[in-house]
Design a protein around this ligand. Sequence first.
Ligand SMILES: [Zn+2]
Length: 343
Amino acid sequence: MKAVYIEQHGGPQALTYGDRPDPEVTPGEVLLRVRASALNHLDLNLREGRSYRGTLPRIMGCDIAGEIAAISPDAKTDLQVGDRVILNNRVTCGVCYACRMGWDQNCASTKRLGVDLDGGHAEFLTAPAVNAHKIPDAMPMTEAAALPIALHTAWHCLVTQAQIRPWDDVLIQAAGSGVGSMGIQIAKMMAARVITTAGSQWKLDKAQELGADELINYRETPEFSQRVKELTDGKGVDLIFDCVGADVWEQNLNSLKAGGRLVITGVTSGARAEVDLSLLQSKPLHLMGSGGRSNRTFADMMKVVNHGSLHGIVGKVFPLDGVAEAHQAMDDRDFFGKLVIES
Ligand SMILES: [Zn+2]
């Protein structure tokens, strides 16, 4: 089958479009005819060997949508051949203490499709049947591929960790990012008020289409906490959802009201920042990290997707032999939502 894989770490030239052996289902698995897969920042780190150094060669692609092509006879599943699904890319062991207690987000044996296991930039892929979740009949595969990691991350941070409430003023950083665009949708679905940031007007216009109430161009207003205060009667926001990190850390802390919550899921601009500890004393803040995401919250989220309330946001679509170009586009950041590969 055709696939995109790396045999060694490096720049976009390390990505090879070529032939890999057809995968075969092992016990408990389904075989997926992949139709679309999406990119994440994680892919650039994996390709370059910055954060992850597993065995190679590795087929890349962590966000995966397709049709069930075969099911292992012993797989306990209600899925049928032909069902249209997306995959939760976190493969947990199911037998350790954490898994048996329903805390599979803490499974020490977690492996990720597209990182520790072969991923979705391919024509076929095998995965545990339990990781496959049906999508709405009318949802295009490219849209479905944009969902899993970005939506699950935003869901986990806003719903599970920060427990978003309808009366919250919420600041969502990087409206154009995968998690930012999903965060806006979730926050609006929960009836919260959304203030969001982006570096260009066209991205802010898109954010407004998704329902964002207030828009801040961070290039024109780098001291955005002033504007946040103006928009919240001088108080600051109840909740911040951030995937940017160091560049916005200080402004984030200044944007929170007393008792506010900050949940961080990414540090694309850097991971080192200073903290004025006296701030925690004067304004009792709740600073949270994203951490692992559970199978249960993935299922909760898919229920809402199948009700039609949440949608994948596709920034641009590339063919399977265009993954290197897509990696370059990811680095350039001139898109809104997710970059998707068609198989
Ligand atoms: Zn486990």
